[in-house]
Design a binder for this molecule. Structure first.
Ligand code: C2O
Ligand code: CU
Length: 471
């Protein structure tokens, strides 16, 4: 048995990801799945080799960072070491965990100083597709490549031939193949955020996905981009959406055949490969209708692995999320304002009223209920009693898209523009269209101060952030 200190000492830098028993802070000894993540500056071959490598910041010199894969119910311990020149933290996006493990600088922990480490621990109570990323200066740290997938497998996973994880991202590359260093640019903050010119799957320019006739795939999509929304169309194929933000949904095909996945979100697909051998089909991203591009080709080999597609069930079992009592709920209105082409005249910042010009002068362009956030610590936007059901009635009074993310909880999407949704999806990040009104409901069953913010990371930096206090 190693002590914690010996363990840390012996395993730093080894890239070890294994099951290691060791004593936790509380002194209990149990089997936890233990991982090490080292935030480093590195270089990665994003574009074809002749253009050279791109300097990135990433975990363990890997882009995306190492995949963390555990089973539902596991205790997970992750020792994060900061080898950057600036402070960082890691947030486990979508995981319902104790507040102190949520990775929000100053609000839930002191930031990890350069050279220091922090041990995160949580129980993976929900199965599904999640991800991790820093919450410190996210627009630059995530933008430079610090993120990875966190997969919590169901104890009895649905049957498929192959499972893929696609971490989607985009980059603003110069001709030198280096990242443009205009992170946090005021134009990006006040418009759509930083939309890059190069889209990657798992840190590489995608080319083709080889498939076989009759094959059933599960594809776990993660959108790690700062600002780009994807709207994926699979030519001649009809993938079923089986989970959103990790949580199972009644399997269905996407409206208008376009799988929409906003920054921060995850979508699990089941793709049945129904076409003939030696054929090729494209997956096209058409979210921005005037900028459609081909993401990747589905390329059929000559094999036929089965004549008819599998007919086994594809719906994973539900996660243990408390059901909101919507007829016994507290209602709170959340109004998003600001941005270019908006009507916001100004907002409160650091306790004082600022007109729009003065906000912009301070790097802000957005407000929630009239307040522009200037850091992670602030008076709560909403305060809830423990175990109270809360309905947030959210209005996007801006000309831009906002994927709104709540920490520590999973909510049901009840209505859009007053219309009840067909699937009442469980999500932790919900995309709001310009002018759209969305109602969400959740049980405030996790005590603490939780971030609630736009996952367009430039909008978050530009003030679109608040705190939901529970208990
Ligand atoms: Cu994925 Cu508060 O973030
Ligand atoms: Cu936004």
């Amino acid at each position: 048995m190693l002590t914690r200190r010996q363990f840390i000492h012996r395993s730093i830098g080894s890239g070890l990801a294994s099951i290691v028993p060791f004593k936790s802070e509380s002194g209990d000894t149990n089997l936890a799945k233990t991982f090490l993540l080292n935030a480093v500056k590195s270089a990665h071959q994003i574009v074809p080799e002749q253009y050279g490598k791109t300097d990135v910041w990433c975990f363990d010199h890997s882009l995306p960072g190492p995949e963390i894969r555990v089973t539902q119910g596991d205790i997970v311990r992750i020792l994060v070491t900061n080898s950057l020149d600036e402070e960082t933290t890691v947030h486990w996006h979508g995981i319902r965990l104790a507040n102190a493990m949520d990775g929000v600088p100053h609000l839930t922990q002191a930031p990890i100083a350069p050279g220091d480490s922090f041990l995160y621990e949580f129980t993976a109570s929900d199965a599904g597709t999640f991800w991790y990323h820093p919450h410190q200066r996210s627009f630059e740290q995530v933008g430079r490549g610090l993120y990875g997938a966190l997969v919590v497998e169901e104890p009895n996973p649905i049957q498929v031939d192959r499972e893929l994880v696609w971490v989607l991202d985009d980059w603003q590359l110069e001709r030198t193949a280096q990242l443009s260093d205009r992170f946090g640019d005021m134009h990006d903050i006040s418009h759509a955020g930083q939309i890059g010119n190069t889209v990657t799957i798992n840190g590489k320019l995608p080319d083709q996905l080889k498939v076989s006739t009759g094959e059933r795939l599960r594809i776990r999509l993660v959108n790690a981009a700062n600002a780009r929304v994807f709207g994926l169309e699979f030519e001649s194929h009809n993938p079923q959406i089986i989970a959103i933000d990790g949580h199972p949904v009644t399997p269905h095909t996407a409206e208008n055949e376009q799988i929409v996945i906003a920054p921060g979100m995850r979508v699990d697909l089941v793709l049945d490969c129904v076409e003939r051998p030696e054929t090729m089909f494209s997956v096209v991203d058409r979210f921005y209708s005037n900028q459609a591009y081909k993401l990747i080709n589905l390329s059929y080999g000559d094999a036929v692995i089965r004549e008819h597609v599998m007919d086994s069930p594809i719906q994973p079992p539900p996660n243990p999320v408390a059901e909101p009592e919507t007829n016994n709920a507290v209602n709170h209105v959340v109004e998003l304002t600001g941005g270019a082409r908006g009507t916001m005249e100004g907002a409160m910042l650091n306790g004082h009223w600022h007109d729009l010009r003065s906000l912009v002068h301070n790097g802000k362009a957005w407000a929630i209920n009239g307040i522009a956030a200037s850091g992670h610590v602030m008076d709560p936007l909403v305060t809830l009693d423990l175990n109270q059901t809360c309905i947030l009635d959210m209005l996007n009074d801006t000309a831009w898209h906002h994927p709104m993310h709540l920490h520590g909880h999973t909510f049901r999407v009840l209505t859009r523009n007053g219309n009840p949704g067909r699937y009442q999806e469980w999500q932790d990040t919900v995309l709001m269209d310009p002018g759209e009104r969305v109602e969400i409901a959740f049980v405030a069953d996790n005590p603490g101060d939780w971030m609630f913010h736009c996952h367009v990371l430039e909008h978050q930096a530009g003030g679109m952030m608040g705190v939901v206090r529970v208990g």
